[in-house]
Write a protein that binds this ligand. Structure first.
Ligand code: SF4
Ligand code: SF4
Length: 232
């Protein structure tokens, strides 16, 4: 899932300084599961903002809304009517949700209530950890399902750096050494010999260093879109 956390209330209130009526929109997918942008969080944030502005004697009306998925235009259509009566939208979606709203409603101010952190999983009650950086060229087949890109602080591909102590990463003792785990997993799977061959330098051309990436599936595209591009 995409993991995000709520911005401090003061920061959100600052973004809404000039507003008198806002629409707070949650998202029913990743940010609901990580307890940052679901219906409960929308209600709590809306109540906090109303109370804050009421104490300051500058009332703020906050209309609450939920969509199943903020990162797809189709789900945003029901919001069009509600947007007619507000001067800003506060998104409790991830950064993709915020931008999808901004693209669909370009004349409306869309403001982020969350800080988007990473792609990860809940590793324990109340704890989320990063597991993938979307490098575009997955190597999990070679590393026993443990990602050296997101879990090794130095993004090493040929074994540990030498600073690993008792299975912990030298950069942060709270973090297990990814390569210690990779080795243990390989031994358990009887695949430790596979780790003896040298992995060539990774081609980072598929990662995000070259700017925004795009995935195109021509078999799924509309013929008119393909024609349009062909004529450009
Ligand atoms: S190797 Fe790349 S695609 Fe695979 S989990 Fe790690 S970051 Fe994600
Ligand atoms: S201690 Fe392990 S996880 Fe940390 S940087 Fe070195 S190899 Fe990577």
């Amino acid at each position: 899932m995409i993991v995000a956390e709520k911005k401090p209330l003061e920061a959100i209130a600052r973004m809404l300084e000039g507003s008198g009526r806002v629409l707070a929109v949650g998202c029913g997918t990743c940010v609901t599961v990580c307890f940052s942008g679901g219906s409960k969080e929308v209600a709590t944030l809306a109540a906090s903002l109303r109370m804050k502005r009421s104490i300051e004697d500058r009332p703020l009306a906050v209309v609450e809304a939920m969509v199943q998925r903020q990162c797809e235009w189709e789900y945003l259509e029901p919001l069009a009517e509600q947007m007619k009566n507000v001067d800003a939208v506060l998104s409790l979606g991830c950064g993709v949700g915020v931008q999808t709203l901004a693209e669909r409603f370009p004349t409306m101010r869309i403001l982020p209530a969350l800080n988007t952190l990473f792609m990860g999983l809940p590793s324990a009650q109340g704890v989320w950890e990063e597991r993938c950086q979307g490098c575009g060229s997955c190597v999990l087949d070679k590393t026993g399902g443990i990602c050296p890109v997101s879990r090794c602080a130095k993004q090493l591909f040929n074994g540990p750096c030498g600073g690993s102590q008792n299975g912990r990463c030298e950069v942060d003792e709270a973090t297990p050494c990814a390569w210690h785990m990779i080795w243990e997993r390989a031994e358990a799977l009887g695949m430790s010999e596979d780790l003896m061959s040298i992995e060539p330098p990774k081609d980072w051309g598929t990662s995000r260093d070259g700017g925004m990436r795009r995935m195109v599936r021509n078999d799924l595209r509309l013929p008119e879109d393909q024609d349009k591009e062909g004529n450009e």
